[in-house]
Design a protein around this ligand. Structure first.
Ligand code: NAD
Length: 484
């Protein structure tokens, strides 16, 4: 059986015990994961501190970024190994994992190598008194030892989204991948080592959140900041854990994202776009749409066509070229999604499509399968329309005016993403700008320029990452003021 060990100071080490890594496609155990206890977390933080004070801390930005480009090249070279680990852990269709997760991992390293290498210093001339001047300039320094805690839905993509800028800025990192998806973070350790990243710069501790590696890591006094992607309640807990030491946090949390469909939209493109934004990665993307507000005059048409499109999705194994949709991550997560299906039923929803566990071939019987599901007949007052389900589900709700659509879309505690579907250019800008979210798309979804700010408002997060916004989080500045 494959073993995933902790990676500390350049060595793969065992922990306090093991837990099973389960294939969500079949329910079979595919690897044993070595859980880090207090001693391993402490060793990882100490190694990261020592590396920060060692040659890594003195390396020029140019050399560091050169090393990260080498990491990107090695990710491309070892795409097959990363793909195997990622697909085994998540069950997502192989072509999608290759095109999105693995490709983006390499792009994350290249982007942040380029962005960071191009970053200059900020300077101001201060004039005071009759003829006195002082030169101010801000030096950027690494934040220090960064704890990077990531979820299971896009494991490698989200880890490298944090790791690449953190390393480019000269930090060292202790990463805690999700207990559901330990694979790709571990393979990445081999890649960084092969690229020549010094020991202790990237460490991986495996385990759970509560009473395990996650809590031990964020409570550790040697951590200088936490970058976290995951659920909003976990984010709130981490905030409390670091509050007494006043450490900076960057949070990318949950969403309950809306799409607004105006009657003037290109309905072919809209139906296809909605199908992507609702069902991609089996609805397990923080940016996925779970609420669709549709102008009443086209409501029945859009709802009908979307349901028809949903029926064409093919649930299946990752290596089946016909597969469009994989399983949920775990049976525990499926229980949660099933609870919401029940809640929708109790609220009087009409199920347009889906609504339960699909009948699949024998070899997939132990997997975490769920049917793509669309509801009508719900309102914003219903629990299932207010809370993040994180599955392939959406509530379709009609509206009559632009004002009403904006109000309905913003009527949530979350604020991650929104999509506006319209051919009216002025309305597109007007409505997109009124969305209380970090990212508003018009006539598309998921397109990302990695230098632009990414993050959410309200329960969806704190801070922005991407391009120089990441550099702001992963660095501290010292302003030097020199009287001239
Ligand atoms: P989660 O919060 O349960 O776990 C995320 C990570 O935090 C895991 O590694 C987990 O072990 C760890 N963790 C859990 N409790 C902890 C604690 N008390 N202290 C320290 N670490 C702890 O989230 P999940 O179920 O893995 O992921 C799904 C959630 O992530 C959804 O809410 C989704 O919207 C969100 N997400 C957000 C973004 C974004 O960019 N905004 C991206 C992807 C996923």
């Amino acid at each position: 059986m494959r073993q995933y060990r902790n990676f500390i100071d350049g060595q793969f080490v065992e922990g306090i015990g093991t837990f099973a890594d389960v294939d969500p496609v079949t329910g079979a155990t595919i690897a044993e994961v070595h859980e880090a206890g207090a001693a391993q977390v402490d060793a990882a933080v100490s190694a990261a501190r020592a590396a920060l004070n060692g040659p890594w801390g003195r390396m020029s930005v140019r050399d560091r970024c050169q090393l990260l480009r080498r990491v990107a090249d090695l990710i491309d070279e070892r795409a097959g190994d990363l793909l195997a680990a990622e697909v085994a852990d998540t069950g997502k269709p192989e072509p999608r994992a290759l095109a999105l997760d693995i490709t983006r991992a390499a792009a994350n390293f290249r982007t942040f190598a380029d962005t960071t290498a191009a970053e200059g210093v900020e300077s101001f001339l201060l004039e005071y008194g009759e003829a006195s001047q002082a030169l101010n300039y801000a030096l950027r320094k690494p934040l220090g030892v960064v704890a990077a805690i990531v979820p299971w839905n896009l494991p490698l993509l989200l880890l490298t989204w944090k790791l690449a800028p953190a390393l480019a800025c000269g930090n060292t990192v202790v990463a805690k991948p999700s207990e559901e998806t330990p694979g790709s973070a571990t393979v990445l350790a081999e890649i960084l080592q092969e690229a020549g990243v010094p020991d202790g710069v990237y460490n991986v501790v495996h385990g759970f959140g509560k009473d395990s590696a996650g809590e031990l890591l964020v409570a550790h006094a040697g951590i200088d900041g936490v970058t976290f992607t995951g659920s909003s309640p976990t984010g709130a807990g981490i905030m409390k854990a670091v509050a007494s030491r006043v450490r900076p946090v960057s949070f990318e949390l949950g969403g309950k994202n809306a799409a607004i469909v105006f009657a003037d939209a290109d309905l072919d493109a809209t139906v296809e776009g909605l199908s992507q934004s609702i069902f991609a990665n089996t609805g397990q993307v923080c940016l996925c749409t779970e609420r669709v507000y549709i102008e009443r005059s086209v409501f029945n048409e859009v709802a009908g066509r979307l349901a028809e499109r949903a029926r064409t999705l093919k649930l299946g194994a990752p290596d089946d070229p016909e597969t469009t949709t994989g399983p949920l991550i775990s049976l525990a997560h499926r229980e949660k999604v099933l609870r919401y299906l029940k809640l929708a039923e109790q609220a009087g929803a009409t199920v347009l499509v889906g609504g339960g566990i699909p009948d699949l071939e024998e070899r997939l019987a132990g997997g975490c399968w769920i049917e793509p599901t669309l509801w009508t007949g719900l309102t914003n007052a219903d629990q299932v329309v207010r809370e993040e389900v994180f599955g392939p589900v959406a509530a379709l709700i009609p509206f009559d005016t632009e004002e009403e659509a904006v109000e309905l879309a913003n009527d949530t505690e979350y604020g991650l993403a929104a999509v506006v579907w319209t051919r009216d250019l002025k309305r597109a800008h007007r409505v997109a700008g009124r969305m209380d979210v970090g990212i508003a798309w018009v006539n598309t979804w998921f397109l990302r320029e990695l230098r632009s700010p990414f993050g959410g408002t309200g329960l969806s997060g704190l801070g922005r990452e991407g391009g120089r916004h990441s550099l702001d989080f992963y660095t501290e500045t010292t302003n030097v003021c020199v009287a001239l």
